[in-house]
Design a binder for this molecule. Structure first.
Ligand code: ADP
Length: 601
């Protein structure tokens, strides 16, 4: 499977999820805005409180001052004699002193006609002394017996001031008006260079104090006709018709407070930008967090899918493995069954082989009998001829009454029949099937028997027999007949080989004791085994002899018999020439009878 085709839709669905989750940022914006606006308002409120307290305190401090000053005797004396220069000068100095002590801008005293009699700025260029302020509302209010308040620009100083006035009474009569002017320019200077703006409006809604100079003396609301007329009459502002000031609510966060009894309203304006900036930052952080969360989620999902895929792969691999194991088991079972069948077949073949071998041995024996028949008939004919001549002779001797000689002849006949019986017994033993388990057999007598069977042939060939066998009987594990058969075959082979060469012909017979057995060595000085014969002589029907002479069964039978006896047949050539055949036989416990059971005693 192409991985890209698997992963792409996942990321697409994640993007879709991001789009779906994006509206979550709206509440975040809402709450962030509310939070930061609250923060900003709270922060500004504290600054604003301080400012308002300061402004209010300043105004309150001077509010009571005119009333107190109205009782000062020098001022009252001047009011009694307004033209007295000495009194006027005294009053001037007094007011200058009070002004210095209280920090007021100007303090002055007017006659009920509105003419300034004495003033703290009497000695300055813009001295109020002799000036007429009847147009100012605070004069009118004080003349009416009430304390007066007024905001306005100084007519000569053009500085913003707040005027407090109080009537000077003599009983019920107002004899003069005392005015204290407070400088408001300073309170504006208190405000630093901050993004938040300060604004104080008077009862007309006109800005009188502001940290922004372009807002000053502008009307924050619509002015009615009476107000416009009052402004024209009282000239509190540098302009007769204040231009309107439209403050954009979406740009500013405004907090306002009225200053009691002064008719002033103080406001603090914080630019909404400050909040917006914080909200934008919060949104950016929130969005980034959301994105990171989604990315994490995506990665987690991807990892989970990889994990699931791996598990599926593992499971598939396991299943395949199990299938393969099952297949293998089935194969093995089939193989096993075949092997069982083969084992059965082999067993059959083995049995067949054993049977064939048995038959071979038998055939070998018959063949040997065939080849030996000439010598056997010779061996039997000789005593027979002798018996006949002894018998014929005995008849002649009886005619002559020579009974002793007849007895001698009969004795000879008896001995000859004994010898014949022995030969026949050998043949019987040779031809008989022998299935006995190995038993203790004396080696030397068996060898003698085998030699006896071949005696005539050996004599004909003039073979010198060199025997090197211990006198003590060597007991070996064998079967009487089988051992004789083997020895007979080997000796016959040696004679066959010797017949192929010119005299002298020799046959060595020797024995050596090994760890657990006896080695019988048969050596001749014939031509020895050919290379091929050494390799194949034990195979049935291998022969180098002409077909009439040899069947190639001799050594095959010997090998089989030796194996059955637990011994071994070794074929080799002697270094001095000729064949060297070794019969390895196992030792056996001495047996009971030295004479083989088959033999006639
Ligand atoms: P056969 O005697 O019928 O040929 P054997 O199995 O007895 O069968 O012998 C096989 C062959 O081994 C013989 O044909 C001969 O070539 C060789 N052979 C056996 N004994 C001797 C020996 N003593 N010297 C040389 N060759 C031998």
């Amino acid at each position: 499977m192409n991985p890209a085709s698997v992963y792409r839709p996942r990321w697409r669905s994640l993007a879709l999820l991001a789009l779906l989750l994006a509206p979550l940022l709206w509440p975040l914006q809402f709450f962030a805005e509310r939070y930061y606006r609250g923060e900003l308002l709270e922060q500004n409120r504290q600054t604003f409180d301080l400012y308002v307290a300061n402004l209010f305190g300043t105004l309150r401090r001077y509010e009571v001052l005119p009333n107190i000053l109205a009782d000062l005797p020098p001022l009252r004396s001047l009011l009694a004699a307004p033209t007295d220069k000495a009194l006027q000068e005294r009053a001037n100095r007094l007011l200058t002193q009070v002004r210095e002590e209280t920090g007021a801008d100007v303090i002055y005293l007017m006659s009920p006609a509105g003419i300034t009699l004495t003033s703290s700025n009497w000695d300055q260029a813009d001295s109020f002394v002799g000036r007429d302020f009847t147009y100012r509302p605070y004069f009118r209010e004080a003349l009416a017996g009430k304390p007066g308040r007024f905001f306005g620009l100084g007519t000569t100083s053009r500085k913003r001031g707040y005027f407090f006035s109080s009537p000077v009474r003599d009983g019920e009569r107002v004899i003069g008006i005392l005015v204290v002017k407070v400088d408001l320019d300073d309170s504006e200077a208190l405000w630093g260079n901050t993004p938040e703006q300060l604004m104080v409006t008077d009862s007309n809604g006109v800005v009188i104090i502001s940290s922004r100079s372009d807002w000053r003396f502008r009307a924050t609301r619509e002015l009615d006709n009476a107000e416009r007329a009052a402004i024209a009459a009282n000239q509190p502002y540098p302009t007769q018709a204040p231009t309107p000031l439209q403050l954009d609510d979406s740009a500013w966060l405004i907090q306002s407070r009225e200053l009691q009894e002064t008719g002033l309203t103080a406001s603090i304006l914080a630019p909404r930008q400050l909040v917006d900036r914080q909200v934008r930052t919060t949104l950016a952080v929130g969005g980034a967090a959301l994105l990171a969360g989604l990315l994490m989620l995506g990665l987690l999902l991807q990892r989970r899918r990889h994990y699931i895929e791996r598990i599926a792969l593992d499971a598939r691999a396991k299943r395949e493995l199990e299938m393969r194991v099952l297949e293998r088991t089935r194969d093995l079972e089939t193989l096993n069954n075949r092997l069982k069948d083969e084992v059965l077949e082999r067993e059959h073949a083995q049995q067949e082989l054993l049977r064939t071998q048995d038959e071979l041995v038998q055939a070998g024996k018959l063949t040997a009998l065939g080849t030996m028949s000439a010598s056997i008939s010779h061996e039997l004919n000789q005593p027979l001829a002798a018996i006949r001549s002894y018998a014929d002779n005995a008849g002649v001797l009886l005619d002559h009454q020579r009974t002793d000689d007849v007895r001698g002849n009969l004795k000879q006949i008896s001995e000859l029949t004994g010898r014949m019986a022995s030969i026949i017994a050998h043949l019987r033993a040779f031809a008989r099937r022998d299935r006995h388990a190995p038993e203790s057999v004396a080696l030397q007598p068996a060898l003698d028997d085998a030699l006896a069977l071949l005696a005539k042939r050996r004599r004909t060939l003039d073979v010198e027999l060199i025997r090197d066998l211990p006198d003590a009987t060597l007991w070996v594990q064998a079967g009487e007949t089988r051992l004789r058969q083997v020895l007979g075959n080997l000796l016959a082979n040696a004679l066959d080989a010797l017949s192929e060469k010119a005299p002298p012909r020799r046959l060595w017979l020797s024995a050596e004791l090994t760890g657990n057995g006896v080695n019988l060595l048969l050596r001749d000085n014939g031509p020895g085994f050919s290379e091929q014969a050494l390799a194949h002589a034990r195979e049935p029907f291998f022969t180098t002899k002409t077909s009439t002479q040899g069947l190639g069964l001799g050594l095959a039978i010997c090998e089989t018999l030796m194996q059955a006896l637990g011994g071994e047949l070794l074929l080799a050539n002697h270094p001095d020439g000729g064949a060297l055949v070794t019969l390895q036989l196992r030792s056996a416990a001495p047996g009971a009878n030295l004479q083989p059971p088959e033999e006639f005693s």
